[in-house]
Design a protein around this ligand. Structure first.
Ligand code: NDP
Ligand code: MG
Length: 382
């Protein structure tokens, strides 16, 4: 049985990264390496507190600044994708927690798998862009991938002690985001601030916008398909506004097993790191009486085009999920910088899934080829 003593964290300055450091500290897990994209200040203070062996700053123009900030400490400083991959393959860690945002996390994931290091995976874009490659490599190298995403952690928990062959389908729950119940004509003038105002979860900006467009649920649909080896027909989505039931599994005998808890990412992060142990967690306890009512509804696939486009993309297969993800990454960044409107995100993802011809994905280079082509498509459209 697994016992994790030391971890490396990619994306340690983010929402998942900082919560993971709190979980690691509580349970005495040592930190081997930390990384950020550009937040040098936070990375430096994390280094002073957790004293990792290696630290990586993705932006190489910030390398010298970080190196001089840490000059009084014996920490190796690296940068760029090469640095991320060096850390991902460092066997001094028993586990890599990948919590960067975007498909930039794919190569470090594949690198860790090659080095036979187990992974706690928050970075869902990795599985959307290159799910088949990742799952095949993990099986060949006997590497375990523990889900951190709350829905996938819930499903993983519901699978414990049951036969995988007797699973009929999974039920992915969705909060519905800040615009649940709204129709297209009401979403035309949505501002960035409104889209960033998620009702139940506090997260990084990109996933918060993905939750408002329901792209997040589309990405999670594809993530679930790869993690649990399901067909798209075995995945149901239910809008559940309270985010108390984190997802469920239906078995052959019509029994449905769900995982419940307060909406707090520390529970899934901790389960991924400590599996199969269930230790005390620094988060609230669930009091169902306070909720009174739990509600369930069908998602609005017409208004939230990102969701229907992701399902279409995974049913079409090949490069389509990678293309949908890349267009969305570009579109979200354009929306956040005021270059496009909220509804443009869904329109662009939908158009991309319709416009490209079918292509296979057989290698990391194939992923990069279609990722780049899709980003060009998104930039040209504006
Ligand atoms: P954040 O934006 O809060 O953090 C992202 C982290 O990745 C930061 O450390 C950031 O560094 C780093 N980073 C950003 N861009 C790059 C890049 N190009 N190269 C290398 N590192 C980069 O994101 P979240 O923590 O919210 O989300 C992380 C992942 O987890 C996403 O895939 C998300 O979908 C998933 N997830 C998040 C949940 C949540 O509750 N937040 C829930 C479930 C899944 P810097 O700080 O310097 O910018
Ligand atoms: Mg989720």
């Amino acid at each position: 049985m697994k016992k994790v003593h030391t971890i490396s964290i990619l994306g340690s300055t983010g929402s998942i990264g900082t919560q993971s450091l709190e979980v690691a500290e509580k349970h005495g897990i040592k930190i081997n390496a930390l990384t950020a994209h550009s937040n040098i200040k936070m990375l430096e203070s994390q280094c002073r507190k957790f004293r990792p062996k290696t630290v990586c700053i993705y932006r190489d123009d910030l390398y010298s600044e970080l190196k001089s900030a840490l000059s009084d400490m014996s920490i190796e400083v690296v940068c760029g994708m090469e640095g991320l991959c060096r850390i991902a393959s460092d066997k001094d860690a028993d586990m890599l927690l990948n919590s960067v945002v975007g498909m930039v996390g794919l190569l470090p994931t594949l690198t860790a798998i090659d080095a036979k290091i187990d992974i706690a995976l928050a970075n869902k874009e990795t599985l959307v862009a290159g799910g088949e490659l990742v799952m095949k490599a993990a099986a060949e190298n006997d590497v375990k991938i523990y889900p951190v995403d709350s829905e996938h952690s819930a499903i993983f928990q519901c699978l414990q002690g049951n036969k995988r062959s007797q699973l009929r389908k999974i039920i992915l729950t969705a909060s519905g985001g800040p615009f649940f119940g709204k129709k297209t004509n009401e979403l035309k003038n949505v501002t960035v601030a409104q889209a960033l105002n998620h009702p139940n979860w506090s997260m990084g900006n990109k996933i918060t916008i993905d939750s408002a467009t329901l792209m997040n649920k589309g990405l999670e649909f594809i993530e679930a398909k790869w993690l649990f080896g399901l067909s798209p027909e075995q995945i149901d989505i239910v809008v559940h506004r309270q985010s108390v039931i984190h997802s469920a599994v239906e078995y052959a005998d019509n029994s449905v097993i769900a995982q419940l808890g307060v909406p707090d990412m520390k529970i899934p992060i901790q389960y991924a790191l400590l599996y199969p142990e269930r230790m005390e967690c620094d988060c609230g306890r669930l009091d169902l009486k306070k909720y009174g009512t739990l509600t369930f509804a069908e998602p609005d696939y017409d208004t939230f085009k990102c969701l229907s486009s992701c399902i279409k993309a995974i049913k079409k297969g090949g490069a389509y999920p990678c293309i949908a993800n890349a267009v969305n990454e570009e579109a979200v960044s354009m929306f956040l910088s005021g270059k496009i409107g909220f509804l443009d995100i869904g329109d662009m993802v939908g158009e991309a899934v319709e416009s490209f011809d079918y292509s296979d994905i057989n290698s990391y280079d194939d992923v990069m080829k279609w990722d780049n082509a899709a980003r060009d498509f998104a930039r040209r459209r504006v």
